[in-house]
Structures are given as C-alpha cells and as structure tokens.
Write a protein that binds this ligand. Structure first.
Ligand code: PHE
Length: 466
C-alpha cells in the first residue's frame, strides 16, 4: 500500500518551487513596511545579520533534515525520537492555521485591487477607500461586524487555485506552476522597478530613505533605555522577517527537500534560495521607496508625510501613487497587484503542501482527498479574516506567529539537532552530496543561533508585556 515518494523532475524545478515559497507577499508587502517602520536603510543591517546568523544556518538544517529523512516535519522529528513528533506537527499546523488563513485573505485583497486598478476605484482618497469602503473596518477587534463579500469571493478563488495546484501532485502541480510563475514574476517585478525609477523624485526617495541609514534606530547598546528598547524591537522584527521570508520554521523547506532525488547539491541549493529571495526583497524595495519618493515629489510633501506605515502600505500608498502617474496608471496598477498575487500564490501553495505532506506521510491517505479537505477547512477558517474586524485580527496573528511561533520553531530545531542528533551528522550528509558546509556551522547550530533566538524571544516577550 506504501507508495513511492514523488520527486521533483529537475533541480531547477525544485529551486523554483522553493524560491517561489520564499518569495511572497512577505518580500514586497511585508518587507517594505518593516523596512520603513524600522529605520529605512538601517533595517538592512539587522536583516542581513539575521540572514547570516539564523537564515542560512537554518535553511541548511531544514534542507538537510528533509532530504536525509525523506519526510514531512512530523515524520522527520518522529524518526529522530517519538517525543519530538509534536514539534514536527506544530510547524505545519502553525503554517496552515497561523499564516495561510490570513495570507490567503491578503492575496484576496490584491485580487480585488487588481480589478480596482482598471477603474482607479479608490478615487482621490485611497485611505478612506481602503478602510471605509473596501474593508469597512469595524471600530474594534472585538466587533466582528459581518463578512465582506468581495473579499470572501477573492479569498475563495485563492484557495481554489492552491487546491488546483497541490491536487495535481509535486511534479505536475507545484513544479509546473513554479516554472510558469517564477520567471513571470521576476520579469514583471523588473518592469515595475524600472518603470518606477523613471519617475520624478523616485531616485531621491530611494537615496535618502533606503540607501541611507539612521544608525540610532538599530543601536541596541544606546545609553537611553527607551532608544535601546526601540532598537531591540527592530532586531526582533528583522529576525522574524528572515524566518517569514525564507519560509523557515514551518516545515515547508523540510517537505520540499524531501522530494529531492538522492543525489543533489543541498548546500548550493540553500545558498541560491536564500540569495535570490533576499536579493529580490532588496530589489523590490527600490520600487516601494521609489514610488513614495515620486509621491512626495508630486505632492510637494516630505517622504515621511507621503508614506503610511503598516500592512496598508500596498493598499493605500500604492493606489495613491498609481492615480498620480502621468500615464498608463491602470496598467501599472494592474501589474503591481498581479506581481503580489503571483508571489503570494506560489507561497500559499507551499503552506498547503507542508500540511498535506505531513498528513499523507503519517496516515498514508490519498493526496487528493487530503488537499481537498485541507482547502475546505482553510477557506472556512479564513472567513474570520474576511470579516470587518479582519485587519486587526491579521495584525495580531501576524505579530504573534512571526515573533514567537516561527522563532520558537527555529530554536527548537536548533536544540534538537545541535544537542540531541549532533549537527556533525547532518553536515556530513550535506557534504557528501556536493558543496561543503564549513565546520563553523556546527557551532552556529549548537550555540550561536539558539542563543540569539532565545534572546530574541525574551526581548519580544518583554516588549509585549511593557
Ligand atoms: N515566505 C513567504 C513570504 O515571504 C511567506 C511564507 C511564509 C510562505 C511562510 C510560506 C510559509 O511571503
């Protein structure tokens, strides 16, 4: 009854799917509002440190584990020791219910805004349009206020698309979709960035706010306790962002690597995934900071007056800028939201796949049934985020999942591999296959990465209690 495991057709197909999971709304929508909130260009420093200290070591760990044990995260951890199985479940469950439920709704917003671009439906006041007309945001998170039908329909469409792709298996579904969507995504993003760079004021916006850094914002050793606490929050946010953007701590990369053939260069794949993903974020950031610079220039205001922080950046600032463009506004708007939709879908698929893989591995259930059941459950769960209180709930969920859920997942993985299994075993497995991981990786997984993650958790808890 045991079926042989599906495999990617080619390494390139795997890479595209893994990069497709990594590049998502997080790279454009989340990265840019994080960067803006946390000191513009200065944010890149903790971001890159987080990449080196946690991102790359843990992506290597997840690829290595998934590939060596050939299984989804629950199976992999159960094989290490039955008492770790629960951690293995925690990861895809958090991915699915902590992230995908709201992630699909944000892609749904993008679908709506894609259509709104054609008529510039947001008029002259995109902020009021977004909060009052589109979300019809209730006055508090406790006030549920009913569902928004356009958002609900678009979210259902997103779930349907993920269902359609995952239903068709790894090679015929996820890999085919990645091979179509990823080149398209890179191309469209390049169009948007170069288009933006042509606009008046764009370059000044980038130069003064993205390429220059306010070092005080990240100085966690500052004398003033308030500045110190604020800087610590920036570091927590940067680590959270790295986990989110590389899809780490969810069991996704474990599942994806489990579908790789026996001979494959894991270390090289890990580096390529991380580099392309983070390079993409920094590149897409040019479009966001550029467009705000253009807006500031056109309206004769400062950069800080032109920008609105938070998750609404893409849905308030962008529409406003789109309306101000000298020509082809609708085309630009539609392209921008299409980029978000494509980026989001390939990530959404990986979130569904992580849980699917866990269930099919454990119970030997048929993939088609599992995917159908999960997507039905998912759309039902997403309902809550399509309500009029959706934006508040999204903010709260995102905060807790990224700052605690993922970081905790990463920390526990490091402890188990570092102290129970021994990183050397995993390193040798990876090294047998191609490019070599240096020995210092063992030190990272055992000491440095978990220590830093532990400190971050404590800082996050302290910040939330304050
Ligand atoms: N990495 C994706 C992004 O940056 C989001 C994601 C998170 C995808 C978790 C899968 C798992 O948007």
């Amino acid at each position: 009854m045991h079926k042989s495991r599906s495999l990617w057709q080619s390494n390139l197909g795997f890479l595209m799917a893994a990069i497709g999971s990594a590049i998502g709304l997080g790279n454009i929508w989340r990265f840019s509002y994080m960067a803006h909130e946390h000191g513009g260009g200065a944010f890149l420093v903790p971001y890159l440190v987080a990449l080196a200290v946690a991102g790359i070591p843990i992506i290597l760990l997840e690829y290595g584990l998934g590939h060596r044990e050939k299984g989804s995260s629950p199976m992999v951890f159960a094989r290490l020791s039955p008492r770790f199985e629960l951690l293995g479940w925690w990861m895809p469950v958090v991915a699915m219910f902590g992230i995908m439920l709201y992630y699909s709704v944000v892609i749904g917003w993008c679908v709506n805004y894609f259509f709104h671009s054609f008529t510039l439906a947001w008029g002259s006041d995109p902020q009021t349009f977004f909060f009052n007309d589109f979300l019809q945001l209730s006055s508090s998170p406790a006030e549920f206020g009913g569902f928004r039908l356009p958002i609900l329909l678009a979210t259902a469409l997103v779930w349907f698309s993920c269902w359609f792709i995952c239903y068709r298996d790894i090679r015929h579904g996820i890999e085919v979709a990645a091979k179509i969507f990823m080149p398209l995504l890179l191309l469209l993003t390049a169009v948007i960035v170069f288009w933006t760079l042509q606009l008046d004021g764009a370059w000044e916006g980038i130069r003064d706010n993205y390429l220059s850094a306010d070092w005080h914002k990240i100085n966690f050793l500052a004398a003033d306790p308030e500045a110190r606490a604020a800087a610590a929050r920036v570091w927590v946010a940067a680590f959270g962002q790295i986990f989110f953007t590389l899809s780490l701590g969810f069991g996704i990369m474990i599942a994806y690597a489990s579908y790789l053939p026996a001979k494959t260069n894991l270390a090289r794949n890990a580096l390529i995934t991380a580099a392309v993903n983070c390079g993409y974020s920094v590149f897409a950031g040019l479009a966001v900071f550029g467009i705000v610079g253009f807006m500031a220039f056109s309206q004769g205001v400062t950069f800080d007056e032109a920008i609105v922080g938070g998750p609404q950046l893409a849905f308030v600032v962008y529409p406003q800028a789109i309306s101000l463009l000298p020509d082809f506004n609708s085309l630009f708007g539609a392209l921008f939201f299409l980029v978000l939709i494509i980026a989001g879908l390939t990530s959404g698929v990986s979130l569904v796949e992580a849980f699917t893989c866990a269930l099919t591995d454990k119970f030997n259930w048929r993939r088609k049934k599992v995917v159908t059941a999960l997507c039905l459950l998912g759309i039902t769960g997403s309902l809550i985020f399509t309500s009029r209180a959706g934006l508040y709930l999204l903010d709260i969920t995102d905060h807790f999942i990224t700052n605690y859920g993922l970081v905790l997942g990463g920390l526990l993985q490091c402890l188990i591999i570092g102290w129970y299994v021994g990183p050397e075993k995993l390193r040798q497995h990876i090294n047998k296959l191609g490019s070599k991981v240096p020995q210092i990786w063992n030190f990272f997984i055992r000491y440095l990465t978990p220590l830093v993650l532990l400190i971050l958790l404590l800082v996050a808890i302290r910040g939330d209690l304050a």
